[in-house]
Design a protein. Structure first.
Length: 231
């Protein structure tokens, strides 16, 4: 289910050894459903912190984030876990595949212990085919290239058909050609499946290809640019 995401005066402060570090400063922005969004900026700009808050992996120090009319701060821990499972898929730079599980089993792993209304294995097999790895169903991560591992990670993130896919440097560990393939896969999922995508990147050329381009610096959003079409 797609929903608008709205940040209302979101701040994030990290504390340690008596030092307060302001990672985000009064961020207010709305992400419309089905948007394809890049968040770019130098290291320490707050882009990954913002992504973790959008993904409910952490909570704001001040302010709030709304999915539709639902306040993230108003959810209990168990409610937050269920909400995250139902609404959000994650893709990380490091893949985070379980080394002893096959590609198919890794895609199924978020569903372990959960009851769902669809055939789990059938859904996972469809996703493997969708990311072009049908023949790699029984391969272990060690038998896959970096690009193939990232495609498995994307399929895993989509297993419960989330409204939003959040990706932190999804091409950061890949060569240029493989990174382009992964980027096109994300763009294709957005266009054809209507899954909203928000990705963080250090690459200005990659960021410029999103329909919505957000630039960050020192915990602030310094610009937001919206395009009508993909480049």
């Amino acid at each position: 289910m797609n929903q608008t995401i709205e940040c209302k005066r979101v701040e994030k402060v990290f504390e340690g050894d008596g030092i307060h570090t302001a990672a985000l400063q009064e961020i207010s922005i709305t992400f419309q459903e089905k948007e394809f969004v890049s968040i770019a900026g130098p290291s320490g700009s707050g882009k990954s912190t913002l992504l973790s808050l959008l993904g409910t992996l952490d909570l704001p120090s001040k302010g709030d984030i709304f999915y539709g009319e639902r306040s993230i701060r108003g959810l209990k821990k168990n409610e937050l876990a269920d909400f995250r499972f139902e609404q959000i898929g994650f893709v990380f730079q490091q893949f985070h595949l379980l080394p002893t599980l096959t590609a198919l089993e890794n895609i199924l792993s978020p569903l372990m212990g959960r009851k769902v209304a669809y055939n789990k294995k059938e859904r996972a097999e469809q996703l493997l085919e969708q990311v072009g790895l049908k023949e790699k169903a029984n391969a272990l991560p060690s038998q896959l290239s970096g690009g193939q591992q990232q495609r498995v990670a994307i399929a895993r993130a989509l297993i419960n058909e989330p409204g939003w896919l959040l990706a932190d440097e999804p091409t950061g560990n890949l060569d240029t050609e493989t990174g382009e393939m992964v980027f096109e896969l994300l763009a294709d999922l957005n266009r054809k499946k209507g899954c909203g995508v928000i990705f963080v990147t250090h690459d200005p050329e990659l960021a410029a290809r999103a329909r919505v381009q957000i630039a960050m610096k020192d915990g602030n959003i310094v610009s937001v640019h919206r395009e009508n079409l993909y480049v």
